[in-house]
Ligand binder design. Sequence first.
Ligand code: SAM
Length: 287
Amino acid sequence: MNASANSENNVSDGHGALEGESFHQWYQIIIGFDWKLVQHIIDCFKIGPNHLVLDPFCGAGTTLVQCKKQGIPSVGIDANPVCTLASQVKTFWHLNPDQLKALLDEVLDEMVTIECDDLVASDLALAYLQESGMIERGWLSLHKAKKILALNAAIKHTEMKPAERKFFRLALVSAVVDRIADIKFGPEVYCLKSPKRTHVIHSFVDAIDMMIADLAGARQSESSRVKSDVHLGDSREAGVLKKAVGGGADFIGEHELAFKQAGCLWDHRQSPPQPRPKGKHLSRTTL
Ligand SMILES: C[S@@+](CC[C@H](N)C(=O)[O-])C[C@H]1O[C@@H](n2cnc3c(N)ncnc32)[C@H](O)[C@@H]1O
């Protein structure tokens, strides 16, 4: 039995759509929390739908997603735009799966019309990969890079709502990191000795199929109505926190799972947390 099944707060629809890796697997970062740890802490602290969880370092949203699955509203902040994108998309369950499938067809049709050579000449990310030698050393082949650029441009050019565009952008990021690029994590990022034989468009479509399947299973659940606000920003800035939780709120004193998680990690390392001098940056150990 997994941690989720033990939960007192579980508001699953009974079909397993909110169990296990669903939604978490859309995009994960190597330093992200394990959802089972988050679930364990939700249970330990008896956090429920009447609480509000703040994760000021929300990463790719494991804490936020697990809270949403349990019917707990949350606020997330992260300074990394890709993490913010992932957290936002993973906690927004109101997109229509049929509409997404129709849009996917449009994106793929649009992709065929894109002139790759123009993109290759002007794209700054590709210029960086080339100038840094990463293409030459085999992190990503130029052939795959061109197709990724074409897909990215097709997502940009296809008419759709902002939330749908974010969904497709995350699917592309997820496909590149997990399936397309010749990299592996462990814990640093490494270049693979022999390239993955993956097909760019198939990988993108597979990522979308997986995401649509999770959405289709969960969008009628009670959890789909649970709010999760995700902000891009530096959590050391009081202004960002005030915006996230409402002016002047005492966010440290109230319901934040994130701080309790940090406390657990410190306990685990048998070194109690020390008060942080005002105005100093957070140390790596607090993350
Ligand atoms: C360990 S990860 C977070 C894991 C996340 N809590 C989860 O549930 O999986 C730490 C995150 O903190 C973010 N971060 C670091 N310093 C930050 C800051 N000053 N303000 C906002 N986010 C920050 C990083 O971008 C990274 O995504």
